[in-house]
Design a protein around this ligand. Structure first.
Ligand code: SF4
Ligand code: SF4
Ligand code: ZN
Ligand code: ZN
Length: 215
């Protein structure tokens, strides 16, 4: 029986494959061995995907700009420029933080019954009872307990095919809460907090303050 598989032709080696991203136009092999010209094409796609959400295309490196050292991007922002994560901006020569302080987290949360699909599930006390009885409620999965899943609406990486890409939309209309407000969601049945998003790095001060308040 004939099967229809949609293929794309690689713009470098010319091979047609089913696993070539139409938007990038190169196969995985040719991406790994990209020369500068090919890399520029990929970066242009990445930049366009960021600009669609009001984020700067590249990590700002403006000489003499204000710098942020919260993550490894170490953005240097000229007047009016935004940091790569979109949460910091140079306003009149001053570094202004739009989100991520203990007073102002751009964040949403929900409860996830344990065991859950957290990436750490197979090693953490909530998923496997590691460290029982000191660190876990049960010698196996902590059934009956829940994880506080915390979705931070910003990211310092911004991968092209992010599964949680909607943090880019939510960044502009996120719920705003203090670290104490977030910590108040930890009740008797909450046995762990999982910070993700986006990634928690640009709002790490908020996450740390919430963790301390929850203890
Ligand atoms: S936290 Fe944001 S502004 Fe600061 S260095 Fe990282 S990406 Fe840049
Ligand atoms: S949330 Fe994770 S996968 Fe998505 S862009 Fe950020 S680092 Fe990449
Ligand atoms: Zn190729
Ligand atoms: Zn987790």
């Amino acid at each position: 029986m004939a099967r229809l598989v949609r293929t794309t032709k690689c713009g470098a080696c010319g091979e047609s494959k089913a696993v070539i991203s139409a938007v990038l136009g190169f196969c995985a092999c040719c991406l790994r061995q990209a020369d500068d010209a090919r890399l520029e094409k990929v970066l242009a796609v990445h930049q366009a995907s960021r600009r669609a959400y009001g984020l700067p295309g590249r990590v700002p490196r403006t000489a003499g700009g204000v710098s942020c050292g919260v993550c490894g991007n170490e953005c240097q922002m000229g007047e009016g420029e935004q940091g790569y994560c979109g949460l910091r901006v140079n306003c009149g020569g001053k570094l202004v933080t739009l989100g991520g302080t203990p007073e102002r987290g751009l964040v949403e949360w929900y409860y996830d019954p344990l065991p859950t699909n957290c990436v750490a599930d197979w090693v953490c006390p909530g998923g496997v009872g590691a460290g029982y009885p000191k660190f876990a409620h049960a010698p196996g999965p902590e059934r009956g307990y829940k994880n506080l899943a915390v979705f931070y609406n910003a990211c310092t990486f911004n991968c092209l095919f992010c599964q949680n890409w909607h943090y880019r939309e939510r960044q502009h209309r996120s719920a705003v809460m203090t670290a104490d407000e977030l910590a108040a969601a930890v009740d008797e049945a909450t046995s762990c907090i999982c910070y993700f998003g986006g990634d928690p790095t640009p709002q790490i001060a908020h996450a740390l303050a919430a963790s301390e308040a929850a203890l």
